[in-house]
Design a binder for this molecule. Sequence first.
Ligand code: ADP
Length: 595
Amino acid sequence: MFQMGGAVAPEDQLDTTQTRTVMRRVLRMAAPFKRTAYAALGCVVVTTSATLAAPILVRHGIDAGIRAGDLFELNLSVGLYLAITALAYTFGRMQYVFLNRTGESFLRELRLKVFAAMQRQSMEFYDRNKAGVLVARMTADIETMGELIQWGLLQFLASGFLVILAFVVLFSLSWHLTLVVLIVFPVIVIASVKFQRDSNTAYLTVRERVGQNLGTLQEGIAAVRVIQAYAQEDHQIKRFERSNRSLFDSHVRSIRISTWYFGLVEFSGVIATSLVVGIGGWLVHRDTVSLGTVVAFILLLSSLFDPVQQLSQLYNGVQSAAAALHKLFAILDATPEVDEAPDAVALPSRGELAVRAVTFTYASGSSPALEGVDLVVRDGERIALVGPTGAGKSTLAKLMARLYDPTQGSVTYGGMDLRQATHASLRQRIVVVPQEGFLFNGTIRDNVRLARIESSDAEVEEALQRLGVFAHFDRLPEGLDTEVRERGTRLSAGERQLVALGRAALVDPAVLVLDEATSNLDPGTEAEVEAALEKLMQGRTTIVVAHRLTTVQRADRIVVVDKSRIAEVGTHAELVARGGKYAALARAWEKSHAV
Ligand code: ADP
């Protein structure tokens, strides 16, 4: 069956203007593939004309050949019929190839554009859009689109063309019989529209319940230890039984709808045919139409049913594809919040990093995560940010690396506002080392190289050597060429951190912004990571979101962040002597870590 685009959830419905805008944009984007699209369209015209010509040849064969007893006319009709059917078939196949080519080319382009747009987005975008949703954009939404492009647009033209042309042919053959057809036709159209609506709702219910059932399943598996510990298996089985049953119900309903619909359409077809045969036979008897005309009519009717169904279902397809596209275009159109200024220049190579009167509110946050923060970090200074969870330490660190732009105030480096700097120079001077360095599929070497893709093997090795960790990786059977994701060679948490530090060393920045891991590593690796970190920090300005007393003690100055503000600034000794928030924090640390 021709079922396009699935269903549209009500909240996804676009209004007509939006749909039109989206469609216009699709046509613009599809412009480069115009030639294949025109080729497809040409095939559509040939196929349709040939399909409709076949019954006319049959008529000629019957009237001028069989009934007139003229063997030549009969043979001619049969020969032409064969030729024209072969033509329809060939062009029909070609149409399919061209259609797919156009659609796939468009999708290739769209996927690339969306991916590129996503990669350029800043942190704010990822705060707003969860990864799962973005993946859905790339997969489900693009697929829906693909169906529209491949089937929808040209199918619409093909079906529309066929229906109109078929009626013209029918009418020219016999207006009497055309009127008969017109009695049955509305039934099919109305049934199709209604089916489309019902099946839409039924499909949405199925989709929702599949999700629910999966959710119950996942929970049941993930929580199986807890469930068994409390002997709640039966309860869980009952829960699953319920969601499984409702999924079953929705499937049955959806099947029932389509079964009845097809029954109705088929039956309408039978009625139309009987009417044409009955009334046609009577008209033949009265010599109003020829026998060939009645046969041609019956043949034409059968080629009319499919396109009518397709047309009525198309509206829904266009709607859901437009909804999907609308969301994709929103991604394409989103300008990164942290964008490069048109007149951006390179950041100075050294200088002080200054936060001035900065207030910052997350796009999704209601109250400021930072308020009126001032901090000047001297070139080469080591700063530890400490404070309770949620105080704003990470936010401050992120602003200092321009992962976000301040809502008010400014962050400058060497006297220059970070917003004025080119992205390239910014990422060269200021490097952020996250808590958990992400590892891509590939070798250790490639994973380090990621930070500066143009680096040579020697440069990667040299960077690791500077951190004193080259030997660690070199000891592995395949050394730096070890695949990080291969079974059995998965890197430990400590090793992953070493890779992350290696990346930073490769860039060789002036400023390091570190989010210290909260979890403890095993003592051996921990010492190695610390030693590497110490080497990496040599001669660089460092801002560390600190979770360990040792890190804090080694800092030149400690900045205590509390409730979105800077509460205290000073050295360890100064702040302990002051007996304020830091002193309390340090005492608590000493007790719990027993450093
Ligand atoms: P800390 O690092 O001191 O634990 P954060 O800087 O992470 O604190 O968070 C400060 C405040 O900002 C918290 O209230 C937190 O909930 C909020 N916050 C942090 N990240 C985001 C985000 N991406 N979107 C919205 N709010 C956030």
